[in-house]
Design a protein around this ligand. Sequence first.
Ligand SMILES: *Cc1c(COP(=O)(O)O)cnc(C)c1O
Length: 393
Amino acid sequence: MQQIPTVARLRPFASTIFAEMTELAVRHGAVNLGQGFPDTDGPASMLEVAERAIADGFNQYPPGRGVPALREAIARDRAARYGTRYDPDSQVLVTVGATEAIAAAILGLVEPGDEVVLIEPYYDSYAAAVALAGATRRTARLVPDGDGFALDLDSLRAAITPKTRLLLLNSPHNPTGTVLSRADLQAIADLVIERDLLVVTDEVYEHLTFDGHEHISISTLPGMYERTVVISSAAKTFSVTGWKIGWACAPEPLLDGVLAAKQFLTFVGGGPFQPAVAHALEHELAWVSSLRDTLSDKRIRLSQALEDAGFGVKRSDGTYFVCADITPLTASDAYAFCRELPERLGVAAVPLTVFADDKDSWSHLVRFTFCKKEETITEGIRRLHAAHATPSH
Ligand SMILES: *Cc1c(COP(=O)(O)O)cnc(C)c1O
């Protein structure tokens, strides 16, 4: 039989960089600061609720929109922290991670041929989700701003055409650690309202901001609630990336679109984890604050070590990540540099080119994660310092 290839629209997404970098890290015994998942557990009481749920026979299909206790906890949490009200019965949907919520929002709200605007660099699943929907992606971009990044509003204006249906936003931003300011968000909101677009906002790092930077949800700006799908997840907030419990909140006309797609992607997911995440949203936000403080401290130490090793370190105001400019160290591009890094310095990182269409603009930057346990960060820092003491060529 003739070999049947992957469909054309998914061919560009056949492999991910993370597998390659992890393989290199393992081969060279490198400290893996590439892939952004924590290596410590979330709050103990949350884990116990999940264990009990399994033991108590909570193991069949949960309700299609998610268990009521979790939908109520999500609605209470959004109201308490942002002042936005979502009816748990009709405006909150539990999904298989934020990843499914994003894909379902695009599949359910964007027609084939429509355009979706992403902000470059962007989380890798976004482009694939747009391709799955048969839509076309266009990109606006972040640009260097002081020691960090800011949105290039002109590029956003230029990316919007009469075919644009939706803007997919992410703040706090993976991979750069940028937290969009109120002024940036207001400028985006003005444009989105003027051009009558929908917004999907990926807020999975909503709790993980540093140095007093505040996460502002674009859904809270005037005129935005009715055109915004807010997406978040337990993965990063409660250090359970393997549970895949995410959610979408939106007014009915939008949420109905997300639900229409979601119910035929996975129907439901993570039955016994849902009451556990409900419990964590109600009782473990103090744990999240201490996670944020610990992460912030690791961020500062890793940033300093990268600077000592000669990188041009960017400011990280949120997320799990810090980006570093390799130009002071090498003439090679970020991808080539990251392929050498495990052998050369004994650490692994990810090149920003994998998050961008315009590779040239991002080929001098690499992303390091600081969401690893104390020993891992300390060992990574030790290796960076050792490399500094004996420069290699
Ligand atoms: C980790 C991550 C996700 C995926 O979240 P899940 O709940 O694990 O699906 C989505 N968006 C961004 C920006 C992320 O970093």
